[in-house]
Design a protein around this ligand. Sequence first.
Ligand code: NAD
Length: 497
Amino acid sequence: MKQYTHYIGGEHLPGTSGRVAPIFNPSTGVQSAEVPLAAKSEVEDAIASAQAAFPAWAATSVLKRSRIMTRFTALLYEHQAELAELVSLEHGKVIEDAMGSVLRGIEVAEFACGIPHLQKGEFSDSVANGIDIYSLRKPLGVVAGITPFNFPAMIPLWMAGMAIATGNTFVMKPSEKDPGCPMRIAELFLEAGGPAGVFNVVNGDKVAVDTLLYDSRIKAVSFVGSTPIARYVYETATKNGKRCQAMGGAKNHMLILPDANLEGVANALMGAAFGSAGERCMAISVGVCVGDEVADKLIELLTPRIKALKIGTSLETGLEMGPLVTKEHRAKVMNYIQMGVDEGADLLIDGRDFVLEGHEEGYFLGGSLFDNVKKDMRSYKEEIFGPVLQLMRVQSFEEGLALATDHEYGNGTSIFTQSGAAARTYADRVEVGMVGINVPIPVPLAFHSFGGWKASSFGDHNQYGQEGMRFYTKVKTVTARWAESTIEADFSIPTLK
Ligand code: NAD
C-alpha cells in the first residue's frame, strides 16, 4: 500500500503526527494508500520552508520565472497521462474525463508562462514638472492553497500556476481524499528547475487548514470547496489580516426555451449532469423547462439515454461515468434522492438500484432523474453533488430567470435557445458568475477567469487569468522627481499648479 508523505523544501517527509487517513480506490472499494494528517508543527515547517525561499524567488528575474514555468508546463504535458491515471484511481472519474481535467489545469500553468507581460506595471510620464508615476505589481510572500476532492490536479494547478509565477512561495493543502496529484505536480516543478521551498505540499485536515489560517506568515489563502467551509475559511483568513478568495458550492440551472433544439439539449444535459458522476461544481443539476411540452419531450429523450449510461471502473476507456469518490459521499447522495421522494418530487429514474457486476464494493450509482421539483424543496435548495438531474417546470422565461437568480448559489448557469435576444437578456440579468449560451458547462479558459457569485464565492478576485495575477500581487506606486530645478517648500497637498 502506498504511503504518502509531505513535500517540504523539496524533500519527502513522513508524517509525524501519528494521525493518518485512508485513500480508497472508488471503483473497487479497496484501500490503496494512506495519507498523513499533519500536526500544527509540520505545517509550520512547510511555512518556514516557503518563507526562507521567498526573498530569492521574489528577486528572481521575471524572465527566469517564466522560463521555469515553461519547462514546468512541458513536463506537465509529458506527464499528463500519468497524472490523469492518478486522478482516475483516487477520485473515480473516467480516464478520458481525467485527461481533460488535467489539461484544463496545465493550461493555467501555460498561461502563467506569459508572466513578464501579465505582471507589467503602469507608467505615467511627466505628470508634473520632472515627475513620473509608475506602479509595480509585487508578490505577497508565502501564500496557501486549499483544494477540494473533485479536481485533484486542475484546481491545485489553478492556484500554483499563478501564485508561483507572480513570485510568491506556496504551501498547498490538498484534499485528504485524493492527495496524489499535487505531490507529483510539486515534484515536477522542482524537476523543471524550480527552487526547493517554492512549492510545498502538506497533507492534512482541519488542523492543517487552521494553522494556515492563523499563521501570520501566510499572506493570502486561496480556497475551493463546499460553501460552509469556504465561508469559514474566508471569515477566519480575513479576520487574521490575510487576503482570501474562497470558492464554494453550486446549484447550476439550465434554462430550456421552447425554441431550443431538444435533441441537442438532451445530449448537452447528459454530459453536464452525469459527467464525473455529477461531482463538478459546474455540473448542471437543474433543468428548467419553459412549458410542459418542453419538459415532456425532454423526459422522453433523456430516459433512454440515462438508462443506457455507460458506467464502469475508472480506468476503462469508452465509458461515461465512474463511481463516486467515497462510500460516505455515495450515501449522502442517496439520502438526497430519498429526500426528493419524501418531499413529493417525481423520481422517474432511480440510480440507487445500479450495481456493477463484479464490483459490488465500488461506490457506484446510476443516473437519477426527478420531475416536478419545486423551489421550496430542501433537495432543490441544497447541493447534491452526484449523478442526479432535477427537472422543474415553469411557464415563462421570466419565471425561469428568477429561479437561477433567486437561488442561494450563483456559480454557473446556461440557457438553450435559438433566440439571440433571449440569450442576451438572460446573460445580462441572471445573478450568476458564469453563463453559457447553448454551452452546458461554461468553465472559462485560462486567459479569462473562474468565479461564481453569491454563496458560491467569497472574496474579491476570481481564480486564474488576470484576476489570478491581481489576487497574488499587491500594487506599489512610485512618484519620482528627476528635475534640474530645486524643490520649493509647499504646505498644501501636492496639486498640479
Ligand atoms: P470540502 O469543503 O469538504 O473540503 C475542501 C477542503 O477543505 C479540503 O482540503 C478539506 O480538507 C478542507 N476542510 C474540510 N472540512 C474542513 C473544516 N471543518 N475546517 C477546515 N478545513 C476543512 O469540499 P469537498 O467535499 O472536498 O469538495 C466538494 C465541494 O467543493 C462541493 O461543494 C463543490 O461544489 C465545491 N467546489 C467548488 C468549486 C468552485 O470553484 N466553486 C470547484 C470545485 C468544487
